[in-house]
Design a protein around this ligand. Structure first.
Ligand code: HEM
Length: 127
C-alpha cells in the first residue's frame, strides 16, 4: 500500500494533545520541574513543531529555529540518566492519557528512548 508518514498516522490534533499531556506531567515532576521554565507555553509550542518534523511532517521547527542540534540545545541543562528516565515516564503516561497504542506507539516510544538517552550530559548525583 501507500506509505504513510508517522505524522499523518497520529495527526496534528493528537500530537498537540500528547505534547500538552506530557508537559502537564513535566510541570509536576519533582526531578524535571526544577530545570524547566515555570511557563511551559513556549516550550510546548517548540516541542509540537519539533515532533511534527521528527515524525516526518513539515519542517516547521527548522523553519523558525534552524537546525534542531538537540544535544547542543540541551547542554545548558543538567540531564542525568534519572532525568531521562523521568522524561520517558512522563511521555509514557501522556501516551496512556491520549490512548496512543499499538505498533505506532511502540515505534515512536522506542525512538524517544534512544533520543532521550542521547541527551544525557551528566551522571546521576551521588546523594
Ligand atoms: C527543550 C529537558 C529530552 C526535545 C528542553 C528544555 C529542557 C529540556 C530543560 C528547555 C526548555 C525551555 O527552555 O523552553 C529535557 C530532558 C530530557 C529531554 C530532561 C530528558 C532526556 C528531550 C527529547 C526530545 C527533546 C527526547 C526530543 C524527542 C526538546 C526540544 C526543545 C527542548 C525540541 C526545545 C528546544 C528549543 O529551545 O528550541 N528540553 N529534554 N527533549 N527539548 Fe528536551
Amino acid at each position: 500500500g501507500k506509505p504513510i508518514l508517522p505524522y499523518d498516522e497520529i495527526g496534528a490534533e493528537r500530537l498537540s494533545q500528547l505534547v500538552d499531556a506530557f508537559y502537564a506531567r513535566v510541570a509536576m515532576h519533582p526531578k524535571l520541574k526544577p530545570i524547566f521554565p515555570d511557563d511551559l507555553t513556549e516550550t510546548a509550542r517548540k516541542q509540537k513543531q519539533f515532533m511534527t518534523q521528527y515524525l516526518g511532517g513539515p519542517n516547521i521547527y527548522s523553519e523558525e529555529h534552524g537546525h534542531p542540534r538537540l544535544k547542543a540545545r540541551h547542554n545548558p541543562f543538567p540531564i542525568t540518566p534519572e532525568r531521562a528516565q523521568a522524561w520517558l515516564e512522563c511521555m509514557s503516561e501522556a501516551m496512556d492519557e491520549i490512548g496512543l497504542t499499538g505498533k505506532f506507539r511502540e515505534t515512536f516510544y522506542n525512538r524517544l528512548v534512544l533520543t532521550a538517552h542521547h541527551m544525557v550530559n551528566e551522571p546521576d548525583s551521588e546523594e
